[in-house]
Design a protein around this ligand. Structure first.
Ligand SMILES: C[S@@+](CC[C@H](N)C(=O)[O-])C[C@H]1O[C@@H](n2cnc3c(N)ncnc32)[C@H](O)[C@@H]1O
Length: 226
C-alpha cells in the first residue's frame, strides 16, 4: 500500500460508486439541501463561463490531486486522465451526487466527507490541490488555507483556484459590497466580497499567475506554498 492509499484509508474514504460514510457536519446542511437541484441551477453560468474556466484551470492539475469542496463533481470531466484523484466535501448530499457523476464518467476518485478546516491527510501528501467556488463559503479562510498549505508538497506543490471575490474594479466592488449583505442573508454561506487573493498571500502562498474576469470578480489563480 502506498502513502496515498494509507492516508485515504485512514480518512475512511470510499470509492466513487459507494455512499458517504461519515456523519454530517452542522455547517453542511445548507449544501445538503441544494445538492439535488444544484446542477440545474448552475447550468446557465456553466454554459456562459464556468465550463471554460474549469477546463483551463484543471489542465494544470498533475500528480496526486486533492479537490476541496467537490460539490456535485462539476470539475471531474476536466481532469487529465493521468491525475490520481481524491476529493472531499463537508456535505454528504454533495458527495453522493459527485459519486454518481464519477461512476457515470468512469472516473476513479476517492471521495470522502470532510471539512477543509480539518483535513485528515498527512502533511505534504498532494502535488495539486484544487478549490473552485468554495472559499466564499468556508467559515475561516485562514484555517482552510492553512490546512491546504499543510497537505501540499513543498515547495513544488501547487494550489489551483477558481473563486469569485471582491472585484478590483472600483465601481463593481462598490456594487458587490452593497449586494453582499442581502445575498448572504438569502443563502446563508456564500460571500461575494471576500479578499481571497490577499488572504491567500497572507496564508503563505506565492502567486504564480492570476487571470481575472469580470473586473476581477472571478479569478483563476495558481499559487505555490512559499
Ligand atoms: C458553491 S459549491 C461549489 C462546488 C464545486 N467546487 C464547484 O465548483 O461546482 C461549494 C461547495 O463547497 C463545500 N464546502 C463549503 N464549506 C466547506 C468546508 N468547510 N469543507 C469542505 N467543503 C465545504 C459545500 O458543501 C459545497 O459542495
Amino acid at each position: 500500500m502506498n502513502q496515498t492509499d494509507a492516508s485515504l484509508e485512514a480518512a475512511e474514504f470510499h470509492e466513487a460508486s459507494g455512499s458517504p460514510g461519515a456523519s454530517g457536519s452542522p455547517g453542511a446542511s445548507g449544501f445538503d439541501r441544494i445538492a439535488a437541484p444544484y446542477d440545474r441551477g448552475m447550468a446557465p453560468l456553466e454554459k456562459l463561463a464556468l465550463r471554460r474556466l474549469r477546463s483551463r484551470l484543471l489542465s494544470f492539475a498533475q500528480g496526486r490531486v486533492l479537490e476541496i469542496g467537490v460539490g456535485t463533481g462539476a470539475n471531474l470531466p476536466y481532469y487529465p486522465g493521468s491525475a490520481c484523484l481524491a476529493a472531499i466535501d463537508e456535505s454528504a448530499g454533495m458527495v453522493a451526487v459527485a459519486a454518481r457523476r464519477a461512476t457515470t464518467l468512469g472516473r476513479c476518485v476517492s471521495l470522502g466527507q470532510m471539512s477543509v478546516e480539518a483535513l485528515g491527510f498527512a502533511g505534504g501528501l498532494f502535488d495539486t490541490v484544487v478549490v473552485s467556488l468554495v472559499l466564499c463559503s468556508v467559515i475561516s479562510q485562514r484555517r482552510a488555507l492553512g490546512e491546504i498549505r499543510r497537505v501540499l508538497r513543498k515547495p513544488e506543490g501547487r494550489l489551483l483556484l477558481l473563486e469569485h471575490m471582491r472585484p478590483r474594479d472600483h465601481s463593481l466592488a462598490w456594487l458587490v459590497d452593497r449586494v453582499n449583505g442581502p445575498w448572504v442573508a438569502l443563502n446563508g454561506r456564500c460571500h461575494l466580497n471576500r479578499e481571497t487573493q490577499q488572504t491567500l498571500v497572507q496564508a503563505g502562498f506565492q502567486l504564480e499567475w492570476v487571470e481575472s474576469k469580470l473586473g476581477g470578480f472571478l479569478r483563476l489563480i495558481a499559487a505555490r506554498p512559499s
